[in-house]
Write a protein that binds this ligand. Structure first.
Ligand SMILES: O=c1ccn([C@@H]2O[C@H](COP(=O)(O)OP(=O)(O)O[C@H]3O[C@H](CO)[C@@H](O)[C@H](O)[C@H]3O)[C@@H](O)[C@H]2O)c(=O)[nH]1
Ligand SMILES: [Mn+2]
Length: 733
């Protein structure tokens, strides 16, 4: 056997220990299944009640009563079914345990090439200093530097970002060896220095590195602030800067490609290959957002280093654990189970979340429970960042098809030829964006791409090492969060309606558990409509004195009471198990309510409009920095409104509607004092009351606060007018 052929086979021939194990949690799961069965029993009981008992309204309005009955019946069928669907996420959770020491024993430093792709899109929203910290953190991964390459894709086509990367390439010569010598963690210089603010270890060397970093950071920040690259740098990195035409703009420029560090041929390099790429953009050609830039990166890198594996990161997600690449390879290089796994996804974690997670950004339960559940059903979704792929699979290889020999790049390609691969017309009339690379046309290019890979027979794996692998920036205000969620819900719903729908296309290709798992997210947008109807109906009927649920003393009430209490108690318990706080849970419930009654509603409408061809989808990039005052309020967990937005009008109107109806009902209860209302409409009281309680920060923002982050007056006025009109209409109906 020649050296080339056994390149990636373990050194210890004969006994190939598995590089990872998959663990199933049995005890807890059985308890959960019993619990779930009890809830399901009660849901059926509720359905039976609805089918058999009509809503009680005085006889002369039977038409109206029938209508309400029909609405409640359909809502409860929907909620019940959706509840059944989401059980798939908890039915069969698994976790994975990797053995990095075995990997080292078998492969030594003869690891396959790994290309890291970092995407950035705008030097203002995504500050270059943050971006290069991400780049530096992965450049210092615990991985042989001659096998590692880091590519930065700059969709902003910004000289500032290029300048920052050039500076970082210099600094990396000090930073990477320093990290390895002193086994530093985390390896993003900014994160490391801030975590070590009081007392640096290995003092002298660290102080020197810290000083160098501060100088570099100051230069980059000054340039960013002045929006001007210093003259010396222009001379020093002339090769790169000369590629910018004088009239280049963010949306209109040629391809810019610069290899800043070339570590390909030299085995003794200390710094991995570093490449800057800004693909060509022209106003008349659609650039397909992040999917477009990823595909350009895949093609360009194939002519430079052609890593067998690819790690994809958003520009704010730095590596927090230098072992992550080895962990991922334990799965991807495993000889048995690993062979069927196409990608390894790490959770999205954030370092800027406040104690009680005001905006529910951590998505604690999704990351700690649901993704493990998906993993048991065939694999987690690809969520766009913190994910290791096999290059040939992302380029279209089906499961079961023999892997081609991965050859080393022999001749060095001409830069002009490589640049052609990033032209704005390259993928027109090609399979790129369809069968190859990331898919185009969907706001969640990541999820649809991962689904398509799974439908080609592959599995995926979810890894949650104790020390978080990657850490990024979560949105720090309500509006940004809602906009992000609107994009996600819209994208997921589009997948459901697309040719890759998990329901139609996935049929027979992926398991039922995974189909249902995808549906949980794909149904976010449409399931917002029933919730909206439900919350409006419960409070308006409370105002009008129409009971929607059985009397509290009747036995029909049992399933309603049980489901309400059990589902919420379970959700709280799960949240606490995942390490959250009670206030954190309460905040998260509020955020789910807000997402469902604003982002998801708009995501639903956007999708329908797009299907009808009325509108085009956009990609609003999430801001990664906040202005000072707003940042202070965020630290204090004061909710930030501040902007005029139709989503806020919707939230405000609902909040006010609940407040008015609840106030009216309480007044009536106090005037008549017989408690009859409470007995017939107990559950409505409780639901509306809880809605009022959970909306407290909203009322504060609308009525009590004076700072800049309060709700704009116009939104408050509109909301009050809409809510009052609705109440008046109902009262006179
Ligand atoms: O035209 C674009 C738009 C965005 N990006 C990059 O895409 C990443 C994600 O954008 P961000 O605004 O941070 O969106 P998020 O909602 O935080 O991102 C999540 O959701 C996206 C899909 O909606 C995925 O692409 C991301 O990987 C995933 O982290 C960032 O690095 C951007 O620089 C581009 O490269 N080109
Ligand atoms: Mn982001």
């Amino acid at each position: 056997m020649g050296k080339e052929e056994d390149r990636f086979t373990p050194v210890h021939e004969g006994h190939r220990e598995p590089l990872f194990v998959t663990r199933r949690r049995t005890g807890g799961v059985i308890a959960f299944r019993v619990f779930a069965a009890s809830v399901f029993g009660c849901i059926c009981w509720i359905w039976f009640y609805r089918f058999t008992v009509p809503v009680e309204i005085d006889e002369n309005r039977t038409g109206f009563a029938r209508l309400i009955w029909l609405v409640m019946l359909s809502l409860e069928i929907w909620f019940g079914l959706y509840w059944v669907i989401i059980q798939s996420l908890r039915w069969n959770p698994v976790s994975r345990l990797t053995f990095a020491d075995r990997l080292s024993r078998s492969y030594g430093s003869d690891l396959p090439r790994l290309d890291v792709f970092v995407c950035t899109a705008d030097p203002v929203i995504e500050p270059p200093l943050m971006v290069v910290n991400t780049v530096l953190s992965v450049a210092a991964l615990d991985y042989p530097p001659d096998k590692l390459a880091v590519y930065l894709s700059d969709d902003g086509g910004s000289e500032l970002t290029f300048y920052a990367l050039a500076e970082a390439a210099e600094f990396a010569k000090v930073w990477v060896p320093f990290c390895k010598k002193f086994n530093v963690e985390p390896r993003s210089p900014a994160a490391y220095l801030s975590s070590k603010a009081n007392g640096l270890d290995s003092a002298a060397a660290a102080a020197e590195v810290a000083e160098l970093y501060r100088e570099m950071a100051a230069r980059i920040e000054t340039a960013t602030k002045l929006r001007r690259v210093p003259e010396e740098a222009r001379l020093k990195y002339g090769d790169g800067f000369s590629q910018w035409d004088s009239d280049a703009t963010q949306r209109n420029h040629g391809t810019i490609l610069q290899i800043l560090v070339d570590g390909r041929k030299d085995k003794t390099v200390t710094v991995p290959t570093l490449v800057y790429l800004s693909r060509e953009k022209r106003p008349q050609h659609h650039h397909n957002f992040k999917a477009g830039s990823m595909n350009a990166l895949i093609r360009v890198s194939s002519k430079i280093t052609c890593g067998k594996f690819i790690l994809n990161l958003d520009c704010d997600m730095y590596s927090n654990n230098s072992k992550s690449a080895r962990d991922a390879l334990c799965i991807l290089l495993d000889e048995k189970e690993g062979k069927e796994i196409a990608f390894v996804q790490f959770p999205q974690c954030y370092n800027n979340v406040t104690r009680n997670d005001l905006y529910g950004s951590t998505m604690l339960v999704i990351a700690d429970v649901e993704f493990n559940g998906l993993d048991g059903n065939g694999g987690p979704l690809y969520v766009g960042t913190g994910c290791f792929h096999r290059r040939d699979v992302i380029c279209g290889r089906n499961y079961g098809v023999e892997e081609k020999e991965f050859e080393e790049i022999q001749e060095v390609s001409e830069p002009e030829m490589i640049k052609g691969l990033a032209s704005c017309t390259y993928d027109e009339n090609s399979l790129w964006g369809k069968e190859m690379g990331l898919k185009y046309g969907c706001p969640v290019e990541d999820v649809i791409t991962g689904l398509a890979i799974q439908c080609r027979g592959w599995k995926s794996a979810y890894l949650t090492p104790k020390k978080k692998a990657f850490v990024g920036v979560a949105p720090t205000n309500l509006h940004q969060m809602l906009v992000q969620q609107r994009r996600w819900s819209e994208g997921d719903f589009q997948i459901l309606l697309s040719e890759y729908s998990p329901v139609w296309y996935g049929q027979g290709k992926i398991g039922l558990g995974l189909i249902l798992g995808y549906c949980c997210y794909c149904l976010w947008a449409p399931s917002s409509v029933p919730l909206l109807v439900y919350s409006v109906l419960t409070c308006l009927c409370l105002l009008k004195g129409i009971p929607l649920f059985p009397k509290v003393w009747s036995s029909w009430f049992i399933p309603f009471g049980y489901v309400t209490v059990a589902v919420n108690a379970y959700s709280l318990a799960e949240f606490l198990w995942c390490g959250g706080t009670f206030r954190g849970w309460w905040n998260e419930q509020r955020m789910w309510l807000y997402r469902r009654t604003s982002s998801f509603i708009f995501g639903f409408i956007d999708t329908i409009l797009k299907k009808l061809g009325v509108s085009e989808s956009a990609f609003v990039i999430t801001a990664k920095v906040a202005e000072e005052e707003a940042a202070e309020r965020y630290e204090k967990e004061v909710m930030e409104f501040g902007v005029e937005s139709p989503m806020f009008v919707l939230l405000g109107t609902l909040g006010m509607l609940n407040l008015f109806c609840f106030a009216a009902a309480v007044m009536r209860l106090m005037t008549f004092r017989d408690g009859g209302d409470f007995q017939t409409m107990g559950l409505q009281f409780v639901i509306t009351g809880l809605n009022v309680a959970i909306n407290w920060p909203l009322y504060q923002g609308m009525l009590l606060r004076q700072d800049k982050g309060k709700m704009p007056m116009s939104v408050t006025v509109k909301s009050v007018v809409f809510a009052l009109s609705a109440c008046t209409c109902i009262a006179f109906m």
